[in-house]
Write a protein that binds this ligand. Structure first.
Ligand code: ADP
Ligand code: XUL
Length: 514
């Protein structure tokens, strides 16, 4: 009796299989898009050099990755023992499907791949993803149509935001009205993959649905005014919106025949990667703060009541365990750290050594480390701003540049998350970069909090597996979290810097961004 959790994130697709009765992880697998599917020309999971702020991915790549992932997993565990499945996807990205879609997924045939069979169903060849900043005009139009951003925020939990799905849909409708007319269904990455697994249209959960500027976070259902302000007849193009503890369907025969799953395995509605990580970090009840260092850096927590950002760049999403979570997202996360690392042709070891040998506060040298337009705060920078010595400003001081990048990221994170009024004693760190102790130390110092990581590192896939086990097997989610989300033994990182060590950096960063 196993539970499977899937994670379709920006750079990779991963899976985790747990045995909920024994309390153990049975198998893990991961497919990196850039490495395993180079034919899609997306080394970091998206098509580079999009125009006018566009960032898209090819949805066929996600389908090919899902198949590679299940092949890898099949070699590692007996998939016929899986009795519960759920998953999560990178948030906000959207997939546009024509009227062949439903018939196609109902009749998938194992003699051809998913991507080959679903290709004729796309009403839009590529999918805008969360890094896209092309919809400034559409955000303004939507806000104006409903009476201003304060109203958009009160209804949807966020002001109109460029990467959110509603503004993206509006842009598609305006730029390609025929394509929009041919669109019978719009899915998020999460509900698209869930639909494929079920061989039927899957609903969108409130965790991922709230990242669209279309869901009313009080009714937790589509908002008629926002739908109307976004595009004509949008309501009929969206699947139902549901709470996280909802069955989406049962596994399609395609997966039973091809990968050896049992027939009629229940699939729990998928959610967004961050809401899934909330569960996978054992933080679905208010009280814990999570910082995730994936492609994006995010800061989030379950909330006792709905709390939106008065300054407008933070978000309220549904909590898959019920209620809501608040979240702040930073586009310039891992890829910004990588850009600095690559500038000096460093690997992660010399990058880490540079952090270890440079002083807290970096001798007053600071960086706003934005290589692409940032959303927290919203600013259209294409390259970082550096302030310090001449050598530093000319990128001739690698060690100081590395420290300035990481300090700049977390000082900015602290400044932009004060609105949540959380003063965590412990920060629970996850995502690809969280394993780096030197980065974790900067987090501890900036937030003046202990930093802990979990023994299981893939929190998004773990959250999906826990949700599946809880919903389909009737197990208590909080007990499952307690069982699976234990912190890494003996590895707490304590703050070393004094509480005012970053005051000057914060002042300088705020000044540079003013
Ligand atoms: P996503 O889920 O968004 O696809 P991940 O959580 O898998 O992303 O994180 C991937 C990122 O982790 C990579 O872009 C890389 O920059 C970062 N990473 C991997 N190893 C290290 C390391 N040792 N130190 C810092 N960052 C790292
Ligand atoms: C959250 C956000 C990103 C994506 C990709 O609002 O845009 O964190 O979910 O991870």
């Amino acid at each position: 009796m196993l539970a499977l959790g899937l994670d379709a994130s920006t750079q990779s697709c991963s899976a985790l299989v747990i045995d909920p009765d024994a309390g153990v992880v049975v198998a893990e697998a991961s497919v990196n898009f850039g490495e395993r599917l180079p034919q899609y020309n997306a080394p970091s999971g998206f098509i580079p050099n999009g125009k006018n702020g566009e960032v898209h991915s090819d949805p066929r790549m996600w389908l090919d990755a899902l198949e590679l992932l299940l092949e890898d997993l099949q070699a590692k565990c007996d998939l016929s023992k899986v009795t519960a499945i759920s998953g999560a996807g990178q948030q906000h990205g959207s997939v546009y499907l024509n009227n062949q879609w439903l018939k196609c997924i109902e009749n998938l045939n194992t003699t051809a791949s998913l991507s080959a069979q679903i290709e004729p169903c796309f009403a839009r060849a590529t999918s805008p993803i969360w890094m896209d900043t092309s919809t400034g005009e559409e955000c303004r139009e939507i806000a104006e149509a409903v009476g201003g951003d304060t109203i958009v925020c009160a209804k949807s939990g966020s002001i109109a935001i460029e990467r959110f799905t509603g503004p993206q849909i509006r842009r598609f409708y305006k730029n390609n009205p025929e394509g929009y007319a041919q669109t019978a269904r719009i899915h998020l990455v999460s509900s698209f993959l869930c639909s494929i697994l079920c061989g039927a249209d899957a609903p969108i959960d409130t965790g991922d649905g709230a990242g669209m500027n279309l869901l009313n976070i009080h009714a937790w259902d589509w908002d008629a005014d926002l739908l109307k302000a976004t595009a004509p007849d949008l309501g009929k193009r969206l699947p139902a919106a549901v709470q996280g503890a909802t069955t989406a369907g049962t596994l399609s025969d395609y997966f039973v025949q091809k990968y050896g799953f049992a027939q009629n395995t229940p699939v729990t509605v998928f959610t967004g990667d961050n809401p899934s990580s909330l569960v996978g970090m054992g933080a679905s009840q208010p009280g814990k703060v999570v910082v995730s260092l994936g492609t994006s850096d995010t800061f989030f927590a379950a909330m006792p009541s709905v709390l939106a950002d008065p300054q407008g760049c933070g978000h309220v999403f549904g909590n898959p365990a019920g209620g809501s979570m608040s979240l702040q997202c930073f586009v310039n996360g891992s890829l910004a750290r990588e850009a600095v690392k690559d500038k000096f042709e460093y690997g992660w070891d010399p990058f880490t050594a540079a952090l270890e040998k440079t002083p807290t506060g970096n001798g007053g040298q600071v960086m706003v480390p934005f290589f692409r337009p940032e959303i927290s705060p919203r600013i259209n920078l294409g390259a970082p701003i550096l302030k310090g010595s001449e050598a530093f400003e000319n990128w001739n001081d690698p060690d100081a540049a590395i420290r300035a990048c990481v300090e700049g990221q977390f000082v900015n994170m602290k400044l932009r998350t004060n609105w949540m009024q959380l003063q965590p004693e412990v920060i629970y760190l996850t995502g690809g970069a969280s394993k780096n102790d030197a980065i974790a130390q900067v987090v501890a110092d900036v937030f003046q909090a202990k930093v802990q990581r979990l023994a299981v590192s893939s929190s998004v896939a773990l959250g999906a597996a826990l949700r599946a086990a809880s919903h389909s097997r009737g197990l208590n989610l909080h007990e499952l979290e307690h069982q699976f989300c234990q912190t890494e033994a003996g590895k707490t990182i304590e703050p070393k810097a004094s509480s005012c060590a970053y005051d000057a950096t914060a002042e300088a960063i705020a000044g540079l961004l003013a």
